[in-house]
Design a protein around this ligand. Structure first.
Ligand code: NAD
Length: 493
């Protein structure tokens, strides 16, 4: 298991010799200790990325793409190892790591590998006699800061477009979940990424993260994480006015109308909130039900939630694993207290499982809370766990008011068989992504990102390439006669 920092193509210990333990969320045991990067290590990584940038930018775009395609192949060739490592470190059920995390990561690298030599410029219709063309240039050194909920996949979301476009990168994984990114670094070295193009420095936010975000040689920070830290990143960026892209929290509305296919809606709504133990920024954490179908929906939804098989993430029959850290489990359970204090009724879960085999793990049962009304704190604050609130509505307008009543705006969904209503409501939900008769679909081809407190900027699709490049406008005087601004012959002065 790789446990050193990856800087300038080498695996190295931290300058100060610091180390941090990596914990297994299933039982609280220490999986390994890794080198902990701090300010001095970030400085070395940024210097390596800065030195590598001019050469990497000059590499033929098709070659940059070929390396990303090779990386996707190498990842697939080692897919079982990556799935096991991701599940061990994060608590993702192994079936999810096998069928979602690893394939989606490979697909993302492959998408941007194919994109690398299709990043085109434009020729603009300017005044006669001039040729004006616009090229998209890489920014330079990109600092990527990612959280612990999908650590492998987020490497590809940041590295794919950044590298395809010709940037070099320093990635800081979460201190909790560094293992798959370090293994990925080994593959990147094997497939031939030049030294310094990719650097991976696990460490804490207030040391390594802050240093990266304030560093004057970093041209952009691509951040995924909480809204609180996102705000800080914006402040840090002012040091050199670096670009910032923010993928922050969410409080996804999931509206079920009375004409929906109820079976599909129940299943899809459970996936929306319970997949990955609810630790997803796009989780459908607010179930908003039309009154006529509410009682039937709730009783079947509760029964489904109670039937979800919880246990060791490495067991292939497990449907829900532990949360990724003990601190986060306690935070989620604190929200249960808040819900109860506010008069909410716990319809399922609300506690850790009784199974003694899971006692040392970070487990929380699938939790369903019927809130007194939409004013409850738990309807507005991101819980980021297997915790869903239930409210009801009478009219479409009321559903939209509830859906749009939070300050977040990342993902949202609706279930209906009325085609007109589907499009009408989708257009009025204030969020970066909307799913109709499904939830949480994600593809490298389609832009991902939010609005409001969910941040700004987009990952995936060509939008992502725009985020990692800037337009340069080049003017050529082909045969224009320049106006005589100073009508005298300057050579005679
Ligand atoms: P977090 O904001 O605490 O940490 C995210 C990353 O930022 C970590 O690598 C952390 O070490 C680093 N960090 C912390 N303090 C920092 C600082 N002062 N300076 C620089 N870096 C710092 O978030 P988390 O608890 O790891 O992740 C959960 C949050 O991430 C949730 O709010 C969730 O909604 C959000 N998230 C958003 C998306 C999205 O795409 N919109 C996706 C996944 C998770």
């Amino acid at each position: 298991m790789q446990n050193q920092l990856f800087i300038n193509g080498e695996f190295v210990d931290a300058v100060g010799g610091h180390r941090l333990p990596v914990i297994n969320p299933h039982d609280g045991s220490v999986i390994t200790e890794i080198a902990e990067g701090r300010q001095a290590d970030i400085d070395l990584a940024v210097a390596a990325a800065k030195a590598a940038f001019p050469k990497w930018k000059a590499v033929a775009a098709a070659e940059r793409g070929r390396l990303l395609l090779k990386l996707a192949d190498a990842l697939e060739a080692n897919s079982e190892e990556f799935a096991q490592l991701e599940s061990l470190n994060t608590g993702h059920p192994i079936k999810d790591s096998r069928f979602l995390d690893v394939p989606r990561t490979a697909a993302c690298f492959r998408y941007f590998g194919g994109m690398a030599d299709k990043i085109q410029g434009d020729v603009m219709p300017v005044e006669p006699g001039f040729l004006n063309y616009v090229v998209r240039e890489p920014l330079g050194v990109v600092g990527a800061i990612v959280p612990w909920n999908f650590p492998l996949m987020f490497c590809s979301w940041k590295m794919g477009p950044a590298l395809a476009a010709g940037n070099t990168i320093v990635l800081k994984p979460s201190e909790l979940t560094p293992l798959t990114s370090l293994r990925l670094a080994e593959l990147m070295r094997e497939v031939g990424f030049p030294n310094g193009v990719v650097n991976i420095v696990p460490g804490f936010g207030h040391t390594a993260g802050e240093r990266l975000a304030t560093h004057s040689d970093v041209a952009k920070i691509a951040f995924t994480g909480s809204t609180t830290v996102g705000r800080r990143i914006v402040e840090y960026s002012s040091s050199n006015l670096k670009r910032v892209q923010l993928e922050l929290g969410g409080k996804g509305a999931n509206i079920v109308f009375n004409d929906a296919n109820i079976t599909a809606a129940i299943n899809g709504s459970a996936f929306a909130i319970f997949h990955n133990q609810g630790q997803a920024c796009i989780a459908g954490s607010r179930l908003i039900l039309q009154e006529e179908i509410a009682e039937e929906f709730i009783s079947k939804f509760v029964a489904l939630a109670k039937s979800i098989k919880i246990g060791n993430p490495l067991d292939p029959t497990t449907e829900m694993g532990p949360l990724t850290s003990a601190m986060h489990r306690d935070r989620v359970l604190d929200f249960v207290k808040v819900a109860v204090d506010e008069g909410g009724e716990i319809l399922a879960g609300g506690k850790s499982p009784d199974d003694p085999a899971l006692r040392n793990g970070c487990y929380v049962l699938p939790t369903i809370v019927r809130v007194r009304n939409n004013e409850s704190r738990v309807c507005h604050e991101e819980v980021f766990g297997p915790f869903v609130t239930v409210t009801t509505f009478k009219t479409e307008q009321e559903a939209l008011e509830i859906a749009n009543s939070t300050e977040y705006g990342l993902g949202g969904g609706l279930w209906t068989n009325d085609l007109s209503r589907a499009h009408r409501v989708a257009s009025q939900i204030r969020s970066g992504m909307v799913w109709i008769n499904s939830y949480k679909r994600v593809s490298p081809n389609s832009p991902f990102g939010g609005t409001g407190k969910s941040g700004y900027g987009r990952e995936m699709g060509f939008e992502a390439i725009r985020e990692y490049t800037e337009a340069k406008s080049i003017w050529v005087n082909v045969d224009a006669k320049l106006p005589p601004w100073y009508p005298r012959d300057a050579t005679k002065n």
